[in-house]
Design a protein around this ligand. Structure first.
Ligand SMILES: O=P(O)(O)O[C@@H]1C[C@H](O)[C@@H](CO)O1
Ligand SMILES: Nc1nc2[nH]cnc2c(=O)[nH]1
Length: 291
């Protein structure tokens, strides 16, 4: 099953896509950003934009989820060259896991050294509030426990090793930088850190599932990011990730709360400005070999 599931996402396919993109723009991005649900406004921060609809990019999947525009935007952020995915892919859209993570390998071949992954997530930690921004310090990969890992299948050493380490998946210096920048910007009250758990979705969690995830040590639950982080780390990209807590996971059978995508998008809009400021300030402080 594995060789077939990997077909169409080979090194050569990724290289062809990266070369196609590099031929269309002079921007050589060192930072890649992935916008989570409702967080597409992050791409609007870029100046001198060169944007591509996913449907026009060879080998690229299409965005099918409301709140994920489906555009790859190149541009500069305070002079720093960046590329931004305005919309990401999820397992529940029906794509093979290798396909949803393909952009990380294309980022690598574009020259990206650091990715900033963002997502909307349900809060499991009782100290979290809706609107909090959680710096991801680690993850629980539930689909991975069942064998659905983006690195399953033949390994191409040109990307990375067969058995990559994940105990350092989320760059600690970048987490500290986010904390420092957050403090400076006056975000201390809503800046948290924690463990993100990925599930397959698209159904939101049951009460019993939320209680179980809390016991396992998860602070937030979502449907993305982890697969991208694994593939990015495999090919040597530094990863920083954050979750916007858009709803509180329901853990009480008397609760009237019901998770829904509209609320997720709405909370994204409310925090958009602060998220943009946090990410853009971080980008200006990350050390890179900018061309
Ligand atoms: O792309 P992200 O992880 O931000 O999207 C989350 C998970 C689901 O796709 C959706 C649920 O509202 O938001
Ligand atoms: N799985 C999951 N994903 C989310 N994305 C935003 N909120 C949630 C949530 O409560 N659960």
């Amino acid at each position: 099953m594995f060789p077939e599931s990997n077909s169409g996402y080979s090194y050569e396919d990724c290289k062809a896509t990266a070369d196609w993109l590099l031929a269309q723009t002079d921007i050589r991005p060192a930072v890649g950003v992935v916008c989570g649900s409702g967080l597409g406004g992050l791409a609007d921060m870029l100046k001198d934009q060169v944007a591509f609809n996913y449907k026009d990019i060879p080998n690229f999947p299409q965005s099918t989820v409301h709140g994920h525009a489906g555009r790859l935007v190149f541009g500069t952020l305070k002079g720093r060259p960046c590329v931004c995915m305005q919309g990401r892919f999820h397992l529940y859209e029906g794509y093979p896991i290798q396909k949803i993570t393909l952009p990380m390998r294309i980022f690598k071949l574009l020259g990206v050294e650091t990715v900033i992954l963002t997502n909307a997530a349900g809060g499991l930690n009782q100290d979290f509030k809706v609107g909090d921004i959680m710096i991801m310090k680690d993850h629980l990969n539930m689909p991975g426990f069942a064998g659905n890992n983006p690195l399953a299948g033949p390994n191409d050493e040109r990307f990375g090793v067969r058995f990559p380490c994940m105990s350092d998946a989320y760059d600690r210096e970048l987490q500290q930088l986010a904390m420092d920048v957050g403090q400076e910007l006056g975000y201390a009250d809503f800046l948290k850190e924690g463990v993100y758990c990925v599930l397959g979705g698209p159904s939101f969690e049951t009460i019993a599932e939320c209680r179980m995830l809390q016991k396992l040590g998860a602070d937030a639950v979502g449907m993305s990011t982890v697969h991208e982080a694994i593939v990015a780390r495999h090919c040597g990209i530094r990863v920083f990730a954050l979750s916007l807590i858009t709803n509180q996971a329901v853990t009480d059978y008397d609760s009237e709360e019901k998770a829904n995508h509209e609320e997720v998008l709405q909370i994204g809009k409310l925090r958009a400005e602060q998220l943009e400021r946090l990410v853009s300030t971080m980008v200006t402080r990350i050390e890179h070999n900018f061309a």
